[in-house]
Design a protein around this ligand. Structure first.
Ligand SMILES: NC(=O)c1ccc[n+]([C@@H]2O[C@H](COP(=O)([O-])OP(=O)(O)OC[C@H]3O[C@@H](n4cnc5c(N)ncnc54)[C@H](O)[C@@H]3O)[C@@H](O)[C@H]2O)c1
Length: 242
């Protein structure tokens, strides 16, 4: 049983599609109910075992209720992917406390809440794999996002490493993906096509990443093929940080 947040669009959706194609039962989570309906009905039509729940990942009681319901219905939770996230490009001298809180609520609290609810079940099972979405911003500094986005993605790396260390002896692995510039609605809504072309021309692999590129990596990290990997953040950016 796999649970993927941010599954309504972008990389979360691509991950859910990849998992479904591999035969996994998947619970899709997103804020946008209409997107979930579309993804769920398409994947069900292709024969996949899919459920979905519209919720805000920063809503403690909603997250608790969902994870409890999944475990009650299926008896286990094998894989958790925390892809839900938001970006704001605001420069630091323009940044309000409210905007700082909003980005932290979704990117950090949302990731924390799902990990917090899933981890005890994975520990009981003696097995589980958590894949978080950090960013190259969590390794250096964001190109598109402000200081709050960079700080949130560093926090995701900290959570990933700390819980990986605690969870290792119990069979729970925790890793993160650190994407560079990936062609999703998030990027298209943040920068114009001209700037995107400028960025991609400077990458050693001179294109944007695709959601499918990242979904392949998440599949690897979620599966037993990465059984001896935990606590890492994998840079997937076409060589951008070189
Ligand atoms: N696109 C990139 O270049 C890039 C690079 C590095 C990291 N990331 C990270 O990857 C993840 C996925 O990004 P994407 O580009 O696919 O973004 P996206 O905006 O295309 O998709 C994100 C999804 O998360 C959902 N979401 C947002 N806030 C939510 C909330 N409070 N509760 C539930 N769902 C919520 C949105 O509705 C959306 O469907 C994010 O965490 C993002 O920070 C993206």
């Amino acid at each position: 049983m796999a649970l993927v947040t941010g599954a309504g669009q972008g990389m979360g959706r691509a991950v859910a599609e990849r998992f479904a194609a591999e035969g996994a039962a998947v619970v899709l989570v997103d804020l946008k109910a209409d997107r979930l309906v579309e993804v769920e009905s398409r994947l069900r039509g292709a024969g996949a075992r899919i459920e979905s729940r519209a919720l805000d990942v920063s809503d403690e009681s909603a997250v608790q209720a969902l994870v409890a319901a999944v475990v009650a219905a299926h008896g286990r939770l094998d894989i958790l992917v925390n892809a839900a996230g938001i970006i704001h490009p605001t420069r630091f001298d323009q940044l309000s406390v409210r905007e700082w809180d909003t980005v932290m609520q979704v990117n950090v609290r949302g990731t924390f809440l799902f990990m917090h609810e899933a981890y005890p079940q994975m520990k009981r099972q003696g097995k589980g794999s958590i894949v978080n979405f950090s960013s190259t911003a969590g390794l250096t500094v964001s190109t598109l996002g402000g200081a709050h986005y960079t700080a949130s993605k560093h926090a995701v790396m900290g959570l990933t490493k700390a819980v990986a260390k605690e969870g290792g002896p119990f069979g729970v692995r925790v890793n993160a993906v650190c994407p560079g510039l990936i062609d999703t609605e998030m990027v298209r809504a943040t920068v114009d096509a001209e700037r995107i072309a400028g960025y991609q021309a400077a990458f050693p692999i001179d294109r944007l990443g695709t959601p499918g590129d990242v979904a392949d990596l998440v599949l690897f990290l979620a599966s037993d093929r990465s059984a001896y990997i935990t606590g890492v953040g994998v840079n997937i950016s076409g060589g951008d940080l070189l």
